[in-house]
Design a protein around this ligand. Structure first.
Ligand code: ADP
Ligand code: ADP
Length: 232
């Protein structure tokens, strides 16, 4: 479960302040695909980055699976971070490394043996349908294939939570459909809780059960996708 309890975030600039989040309350239950939609600048990235401690709240608490990370030491934080995967808009692949090596990164950082890494990466590439691209480099892949690599890397350590930050925003509509289908399959097969942020209504309608609508750092609506968008 992911809980935001009265979370605010203020970025302090040289001579200005930006309120990125204002008194946000949110509860995301295990196994849900939870969408957050809003225009650019609404605070979505700030919100999602707090779940894996890439940002810290200025006030309020973010509780992930019962733990408040602001009170954790470095070792505990590393342990918890392993349980969270992240998928990015621009894929964040290492261009100088092959598909295999990109997917292997979290396993190497986690200290897996060479044989175990080979087995796991093979299994992951099979799952995302990229077995024939194992020795390719990112610049030899289409956008959809790059995102499949990003997704394989993100789920390599069997996370409990998958964060998707505009995961389909750089893709064409047909590829978007395929990537959304893959995310849905991951949610169903592995019961991974997903937090999906997007500015596209279609993404919310295709895969999310619950949605929060953000505007200027605040959640202005929240509920089931049906209640918020279909039958308000
Ligand atoms: P979204 O993801 O919805 O586009 P963000 O969370 O990226 O929104 O941004 C929310 C607000 O916070 C914006 O006004 C943005 O300019 C500001 N902001 C985001 N990150 C920073 C930062 N590191 N420093 C200063 N302001 C920031
Ligand atoms: P940072 O300096 O931001 O901590 P890392 O060493 O964590 O970078 O990241 C190394 C590579 O692993 C990057 O390509 C990054 O995109 C990727 N990465 C980081 N965290 C994760 C994660 N939880 N799951 C999958 N890949 C990750």
């Amino acid at each position: 479960m992911i809980e935001f309890q009265d979370v605010s975030k203020i970025y302090h600039g040289k001579d200005s302040e930006t309120v990125a989040l204002k008194n946000v309350h949110l509860t995301i239950h295990d196994g849900e695909i939870y969408g957050v939609i809003g225009y650019s600048g609404a605070g979505k990235s700030t919100l999602i980055r707090m779940v894996n401690a890439l940002e810290t709240p200025s006030s309020g608490k973010v509780i992930v699976n019962g733990s408040d990370w602001s009170t954790c030491n470095k070792k505990q934080l590393r342990h918890f971070k392993k349980k969270i995967g992240m998928v990015f808009q621009h894929f964040n692949l290492l261009e100088s490394k092959t598909v295999f090596a990109n997917v292997a990164i979290p396993l190497i950082l986690d200290g897996w043996s060479k044989d175990a890494i080979k087995k796991r990466v093979t299994e992951l590439l099979d799952f995302v349908g990229l077995t024939d691209k194992v020795e390719r480099y990112p610049n030899e892949l289409s956008g959809g294939e790059k995102q499949r690599v990003g997704i394989a890397r993100a789920i390599a350590l069997n996370p409990e939570i998958l964060l998707c930050d505009e995961a389909t925003s750089a893709l064409d509509p047909k590829t978007t459909e395929q990537i959304l289908a893959l995310l849905k399959r991951i949610n169903q097969e592995y019961q991974i809780t997903m937090l999906v942020i997007t500015h596209e209504m279609g993404v919310i309608q295709k895969i999310c059960q619950k949605v929060a609508v953000m505007e200027k750092g605040k959640i202005i609506e929240e509920g089931s996708v049906f209640d918020v968008f279909v039958h308000p």
